[in-house]
Unconditional design. Structure first.
Lengths: 289, 243
């Protein structure tokens, strides 16, 4: 029997992701990978998968999925009210799947991105050492109706009770984004720095896996820089004063001043923010060098 | 070159090495010398090193456990030594068709810069361009060495789609669009060669430090080469420079 998930309804935006592409930035290929690494780790830990096993990243409105073979899955990250055959199922726990089961999501309760991990990980296309989808590079870049996602079928004779894992879901409601000063931070004026750390910002509708744009800007006279490296989490300030937080699918280099750099935890928290939600930057300093 | 590079963390998964000075071939040589050292050093976890004009970024697959210790270690790796002159690099010859069908802005460049179209092609094909790094899009090469006389501002409103292979100029930079994408450069021709092949183990033959020379070809040759590229029978022309 072929083990695959049939996409009955695609939902808003979902894609297969893993830890991302590594070693191809020198060709200009973005890192990609899950936005919220913590949620992915929880899924794979609970399933006993390797940490790089590919998961399905779901944004705000979940898809409807039909399984063709038995397996185990785990859902983590945002609470989008998952239901198996119409009955509510828990987050961060093993879910046993039988042939023909249908998983759907009844509505968002907290967070923005949920993750479905599956026993052994998704066995979809691998390109440049990664299964992460990225538009223009991989065959697929978003979940579409009728699509089939392959996985490895597994029969479970006895249902194990798993040791409970301490899971912190409080970050889903957090509104402070942890940041370090970026390479061009010192060029900001006193007023600009003050505004950065003492104002409320909110995320723009245009935000996606490439970048989160903020509605509120910062009056700016800083000029562009000589094209330089950027990473997911780099916060750029454009000449017109727009603040752009680069995310997992960002380009490898950029020419705007890099005023802040999100910590990995900061990226995790920001990944779970809805468009329009408020946030503030919380400065974290490096040790003195 | 006397200036010591500045080394600092970039978040908790990166370390940035910033060299003083402006864009120059000498600085590129220094940057690539240390890049090579870093690429051949052992790290506690998987890292990758990229360079731009004046920086090196070491990015780590996971959060760095001891950032302080790691910065010190990188400092030791990126210090002191006399940088030997590296005269070994590849020079690639890339065919470009400068026919007006592809060179959408040739007329505009000609009027703006007071050059005949023949002169534009002559200047653009005479230079050897140094590859500084790849960035922006997969396979997009940042090239240095454009003749001053060809310098021209970007288009006031960028095109919604510039065709893959288009060769353009924006300010003092020239380059090739590796795929269809929006773009504001002034387009002077088209190159039929693939700059990036996602299915190859090494998706691009070009490395930072190599050079590129454009070779003017006819429309006939453009289509001939494009067919060869598509059927997998085209091999890129290059020679090794040494000494």
């Amino acid at each position: 029997m072929k083990a695959e998930i049939e996409v009955v309804q695609p939902g808003l935006f979902s894609s297969i992701q893993d830890l991302g592409r590594f070693g191809f930035q020198k060709y200009g290929v973005p890192h990609s990978g899950v936005m919220d690494r913590y949620a992915m780790r929880i899924c794979n830990l609970i399933l006993g998968n390797s940490q790089e096993a590919a998961v399905l990243e779901i944004t705000m409105q979940g898809p409807q999925l039909k399984f063709s073979a038995p397996t185990r899955i785990c859902i983590s990250g945002a609470d989008l009210s998952p239901q198996l055959n119409g009955k509510a199922v828990s987050l961060n726990e093993l879910i046993y799947i039988s042939e023909g089961d249908v998983l759907k999501f009844a509505g968002r309760r907290s967070g923005f991105r949920a993750y479905i991990g599956i026993s052994g990980g998704f066995r979809t296309e691998k390109l440049m050492d990664s299964r992460s989808w990225y538009e223009g590079l991989t065959e697929e870049f978003r979940l579409l109706k009728g699509m089939k996602l392959t996985y490895k079928a597994e029969e479970f004779s006895d249902i194990e009770t798993h040791s409970s894992l301490k899971i912190d879901s409080e970050y889903l409601a957090e509104d402070e984004i942890e940041v370090y000063p970026g390479p061009e931070f010192s060029q900001l004026s006193f007023t600009q720095k003050n505004q950065l750390f003492n104002s409320l910002f909110s995320t723009n509708e245009d935000s996606n896996r490439m970048a989160v744009q903020l509605k509120e800007g910062l009056k700016n006279e800083l000029k562009p820089i000589i094209t330089a490296p950027v990473l997911p989490g780099t916060v750029q300030l454009t000449p017109s004063g727009k603040i752009i937080v680069l995310m997992r699918d960002c380009q490898t280099t950029g020419g705007y001043p890099r005023i802040l750099q999100l910590s990995e935890y900061g990226i995790q928290v920001l990944s779970q923010k809805l468009p329009g939600e408020n946030l503030s930057f919380q400065k974290k300093d490096y040790l003195e060098f | 070159m006397a200036e010591f590079p500045k080394i600092s963390p970039l978040g908790d998964r990166g370390i940035l090495v910033k060299f003083g000075g402006d864009i120059s071939e000498n600085l590129l040589e220094e940057v690539l010398y240390y890049k090579n050292i870093l690429e051949n050093s052992e790290f506690k976890q998987k890292v990758e090193v990229v360079n731009t004009y004046t920086s090196l970024l070491i990015s780590y697959m996971f959060t760095i456990e001891d950032v302080y210790g790691e910065v010190l270690r990188v400092k030791r790796l990126v210090s002191g030594a006399n940088i030997p002159k590296n005269n070994k690099y590849k020079i690639f010859s890339l065919p470009v068709c400068y026919d007006e069908e592809f060179g959408l802005d040739l007329q505009h460049i000609s009027e703006q810069n007071n050059l005949s179209i023949e002169e534009i092609i002559q200047l653009h094909t005479a230079a050897e361009y140094r590859i500084y790094f790849t960035g922006f899009l997969p396979g997009f090469l940042y090239l240095g060495g454009l003749d001053e006389k060809l310098k021209i501002s970007r288009k006031k409103s960028p095109r919604k789609s510039v065709e893959k292979g288009s060769v353009g100029i924006g300010e003092n930079q020239t380059g090739i669009y590796p795929k269809n994408s929006p773009g504001g450069w002034q387009i002077l021709g088209k190159c039929p060669v693939e700059l990036f092949n996602k299915n190859e183990a090494i998706p691009s033959p070009f490395s930072a430090g190599d050079k590129i020379k454009f070779e003017a070809i006819s429309k006939e040759d453009f289509y001939k080469i494009r067919d060869e590229v598509q059927s997998g029978n085209y091999s890129l022309k290059y020679h090794e420079h040494e000494g």
